[in-house]
Every structure is written in C-alpha cells, then in structure tokens.
Design a protein. Structure first.
Length: 338
C-alpha cells in the first residue's frame, strides 16, 4: 500500500515526444511540402508513489505506450523530465549512467509471443537479466534463482526446459513477468499486459500481479484501454486523449464521478451487470489526426458540451472535486459532476 506522505518514486513533468513522419527530403522539395511532426505525447505530468498502481487509459493512438517507452528509456523525450527516485533520467545519456536505473525498472509487454525469443528456453529467457546485471554468478546459483522466479509466477521448475511456443498465452505472460522480476526491480511498466489473453486468463494474471505487488512492494505504471481492468488494479488513473491528460485522480473517484466529457463517454462503454435499461451511448466520432490536431481543446469536435472557447483555447488541468480536469466546461460550471 502506498504511503500518502511519501515522495514519488516516479515523477513525470511536461513530458513530450514528437516524431518526424515527413516524406523524404526530395519528395518534400518536389511537392513543396514542409515537415510533418506527430505529437504523440505533448506535455504530460503525473507522479507515482511507492507501492502504488497508476494507470493510463484512453483509446488506441492516444500516446499511452509512448509515455511508457519514454519513461523506460526506449525513446528519448523531446521535452520534459522523467525523475526516478530523485534522479532526472532525461539528463543521463551514457549506458553506464543509466544501467543502475534500468535494473530497477522493467517492462512487461502486450504480446508475450512477440516479446520472448522463440529460440531460447524459458530458463535462458528468465536468466538473461541475472547475467546482464551480474546479480547471480555460477551455473548452479543461476538455475536455482530461475526455478525460484518461475515458482513465484506459478510455473514449475521443469517448465524452464520449454520453448515459448510450448506454453499457453497466459503461461507465456507468466514467463515475461518472471523475466521482469529477475532483476529485482522496484518499478514495473505494464503495457497492456492482458489484452492478448482470454478473459479468464486475464483475471489470473491480474491477481498474480496484485499479489506480487503486495509481496514485493512493487510500483506499477499500468497501460490499458480496458477500463474494467483498470478499475480492478488502480490506485490513481490518468485519462489521455490525443497526447495529453484530460483527467487525473484517485481511481474510485474518477470511476464514481467522472468530470471530463471524454472520461464519461469512455465509461459508457464499460458493461454493467446492474443495468437500468437506459440506452448506452458509444464514444462518438473518431480521434482526430494527431499530425494536425484541432485547435483549442482537441476533444471539442466530439464533445456535446463544446462552446466557442473550447474551439480556440486549449484547457489546462485544474482542480475539480478532488481530481484534476482539463475542461473549460467543468471550470466554468457548465458541466456538473456525473
């Protein structure tokens, strides 16, 4: 359980990551076109305390996975800071300087089939971080540690002899989790870790991850578009739309009384066992082109509450009912709490 008064383990400030998706120089010259810049993440800020699960949710293409990849060091930030346990990682360029922090933070990917080397046995996959970071030396010691890690995620030591294709989807994800745990991390980034699994297997993996968090004191950044999953695992939630956060707050509060119109529309897609018979409204429209986003509030073309200010002025996150909300309508009192 996170300590409310503790300093954040991870702090992201004004994080941005842009991609140049322009055609080749000669093509631009002949066609008289300028550069095309994709603003995948554009000014995201949040903090995660030790022992907490912070989830990023939103439709596909909103920038959730890009945030994760910048934090773990797979992408360099275009702007902003990523502070891990008091150290600004965005200011570290050399591999030797980053190595201690990479051991302390690991990533679990969406598709275990694609993230596991098909030519390696499970024992070699799990042992790779042990050898890379020099945590265990000697063949016998490595074998014992691998067997311990496999048992930790509900697999047998004999499963270490199998190749990835010999496991089920849920078992492959357990191998991925064992590999992530082998470096003894404090912070795990979970990028859609259950979306490629059957629903019954999803519950098993989520319960496993929650149990490991309690036992090992892990801190999670959980990426998902599945709000039912997010509600089950999260302490705090950030809702992203077109590269920006539109609502951030405690999970219970965001799910109980969503303030931003986009959050409300997303929650309308979650199935309810106790339905009142009212017709549910799907999320209307489509996500605009991130290369040429709408002016003002990016959500205004799909928002039923949009007014002229929304079309011209981009909103900022402001406190509203215990959460942070980027919405002119909420700020002006035009949109009451749900």
């Amino acid at each position: 359980m996170a300590d409310p008064g503790a300093a954040p383990l991870v702090e992201v400030t004004d994080l941005a990551r842009y991609f140049d998706v322009s055609p080749p120089w000669l093509a631009r010259l002949l066609e008289g076109r300028g550069r095309l810049i994709l603003r995948a993440v554009d000014g995201v800020s949040f903090a995660i305390r030790r022992g907490e699960t912070f989830s990023l949710v939103g439709e596909s293409g909103c920038g959730k996975s890009t945030v994760a990849r910048v934090i773990v060091g797979l992408y360099r930030p275009t702007r902003g800071r990523v502070v891990f346990d008091g150290t600004d990682l965005s200011g570290l360029a050399s591999r030797s300087a980053l190595a201690p922090f990479r051991r302390r933070q690991q990533m679990i990917f969406q598709d275990p089939t694609a993230s596991l080397n098909p030519r390696w046995r499970a024992r070699d996959i799990v042992a790779e971080p042990l050898r890379a970071f020099g945590l265990v030396r000697g063949r016998r010691a490595v074998a014992d540690r691998v067997a311990e890690l496999l048992a930790h995620v509900g697999l047998a030591a004999a499963d270490g002899d199998k190749y990835p294709h010999e496991f089920s989807g849920g078992q492959r994800q357990r191998v991925s989790i064992a590999r992530a745990l082998s470096s003894q991390p404090e912070f795990l980034i979970c990028d859609e870790p259950t979306s490629a699994l059957d629903v019954s297997v999803q519950a098993q993996i989520l319960n496993l991850m929650k149990g490991l968090q309690r036992e090992l004191g892990l801190t999670y950044l959980f990426i998902s578009h599945n709000l039912a999953v997010v509600r089950h695992v999260s302490d705090h939630v950030g809702v992203m739309y077109l590269g920006r956060l539109v609502e951030v707050g405690p999970a219970g509060l965001v799910f109980r009384t969503p303030r931003h119109p986009y959050t409300r529309l997303l929650l309308e897609t979650v199935p309810r066992l106790a339905s009142d018979g009212a017709e549910r409204q799907p999320v209307g429209g489509e996500v605009p082109n991130p290369i040429a986003p709408p002016p003002g509030c990016a959500f205004h073309p799909r928002c039923p509450f949009a007014e002229e200010r929304c079309r011209t002025e981009a909103p900022r996150l402001r406190s509203a009912g215990g959460a942070l909300v980027a919405c002119h309508g909420v700020e002006e009192g035009r949109i009451p709490a749900a």
